[in-house]
Design a protein around this ligand. Structure first.
Ligand SMILES: [Zn+2]
Length: 444
């Protein structure tokens, strides 16, 4: 059993929660016996151990958006047992909560409500079932067959390349390594197929992706040059031996032999300005194309790589190392001291040091975000003011994008140059009403 223990004044704990308490002055202590008559919504709660504080040696706390409960176990084993069991309940509640949000319930087909329909259909008996992911994805242009060998009804996918594959070609892709292709099953990896991924696939598809990766094959077909095609790597068919498929897939994605490159003069910088513009204008297919055709990975391109005009913030060069100028430079990094952000109240008004991912957060399109992450964008990159993409989403009040980043591994504990984390910036704006966001911000 437990002994209830009153939590003291605001001075007895440290870290995030102390700030949370100080800023929101929520009621934190409770009277002896009140817990017995209370129902706590664990779905919106996190659990914390008080390991640092010797006074609270056998205690743990349940943090809810409205209240904190400090509980004391009789011994250490007992405490861990309770913490583990409550954590398991929170995780299972949260999982079911997220799954509920992601299930898309299709509209009832017209024949069910139609007066002409008689008897019971399967739909009426079993309720409305979501369409299987494989049939949704195979409707996308080109996705009725494997992107490599044209085998029918592909059951596998490359998440980052946005294509469907047969089982044999998926094995070849897996051997390329995850930096080139992330292979997942349409039927076995059910949790992978979140709405943003499905939408990314709908925007890409085998037909579009092959028009990039196999661009020279299409070009040769259209101008009818049989000699040119015979010199390039032949596209395999479903019945071909696996070694032919391996050779083709390697040439296509590792050596990029079939891509038509943009006509660049030698010595020209890569397509940095183009990809910045494509993200800015929300052109997902063009961003994909530029990422695919580039010799080097340009997914972590920043604003400073793109602009040719002088940057807003003067960066002190290494030679000018007087204390005065160092102090001056340090001060201008604090986002609160940035005149541009202050004047407009828009965090996107100063893009210095921002990456494509920061820019995508400004645009608010989670499918663009997904594409950049699939191509290895640094989710925790800090801009000139030390703000991560998560800081930007929080500043913009875009909770769904913030949650997307957190589920993908964004760290909420990273501080900006003003010394505050995304969690603290969120609390600065007021109470966090979104329960799931509260949990995710606390847990990373
Ligand atoms: Zn295949």
């Amino acid at each position: 059993g437990y002994h209830h223990q009153h939590t003291g004044s605001a001075g007895d704990s440290s870290g995030v929660f102390a700030k949370f308490r100080a800023k929101h002055s929520r009621s934190l202590s409770f009277n002896e016996g009140t817990l017995g008559s209370r129902t706590v919504d664990l779905r919106a709660s996190t659990i914390k151990l008080d390991t640092e504080d010797t006074d609270l040696r056998l205690c743990f706390r349940i943090l809810t958006p409205l209240k904190t409960y400090t509980l004391q176990a009789e011994n250490g084993v007992d405490r861990m047992d309770w913490v583990n069991k409550i954590t398991a309940v929170i995780v299972s509640l949260l999982n079911s909560h997220i799954q509920q949000q992601h299930v898309e319930i299709p509209r009832p087909p017209s024949n069910v409500t139609s007066p002409n329909s008689h008897g019971t259909s399967e739909i009426e008996q079993t309720g409305y079932r979501a369409e299987p992911i494989s049939s949704v994805l195979r409707k996308i242009p080109g996705n009725d067959v494997c992107a490599e060998c044209s085998a029918a009804e592909p059951d596998w996918a490359s998440l980052n390349l946005g294509i469907l594959l047969c089982i044999e070609c998926s094995g070849v892709h897996r051997n390329l390594g995850v930096h080139i292709s992330k292979v997942r099953s349409l039927t076995l990896d059910v949790k992978v197929w979140e709405p943003s991924i499905v939408e990314l696939f709908c925007t890409l598809g085998n037909a579009y992706c092959n028009s990039i990766w196999e661009g020279s094959l299409l070009k040769n077909e259209s101008v009818d040059e049989p000699k040119a095609t015979s010199t390039s790597v032949p596209k395999p068919c479903a019945k071909d031996v696996i070694s032919l498929k391996e050779k083709y897939i390697h040439a296509k994605y590792v050596d990029k032999l079939l891509i038509i490159k943009d006509a660049l003069q030698p010595g020209d910088p890569p397509n940095l300005t183009n990809i910045w513009q494509a993200v800015k204008t929300d052109n997902i297919q063009e961003v994909y194309r530029l990422l695919a055709i580039s010799e080097i990975n340009i997914v972590n391109t920043t604003f400073d790589d793109v602009v040719s005009i002088e940057l807003y913030h003067h960066v002190v060069d290494a030679q000018d190392s007087s204390l005065e100028s160092q102090k001056e430079e340090k001060e201008q990094h604090d986002p609160l001291d940035c005149q541009r952000i202050k004047d407009s109240n828009d965090p996107g008004n100063c893009l210095q040091g921002c990456s494509l991912l920061h820019l995508a957060c400004q645009g608010g399109n989670c499918v663009m975000l997904e594409l950049l992450l699939q191509f290895g964008a640094d989710i925790n990159m800090r801009d000139f003011h030390g703000r991560t993409p998560l800081h930007h989403c929080v500043a913009l009040g875009n909770n769904s994008l913030a949650k997307h980043l957190l589920r993908r591994g964004a760290k909420s504990s990273i501080t900006d140059e003003g010394g505050l984390s995304a969690l603290e910036r969120a609390m600065e704006k007021g109470a966090i009403k979104d329960e799931e966001l509260f949990i995710l911000l606390n847990g990373s």
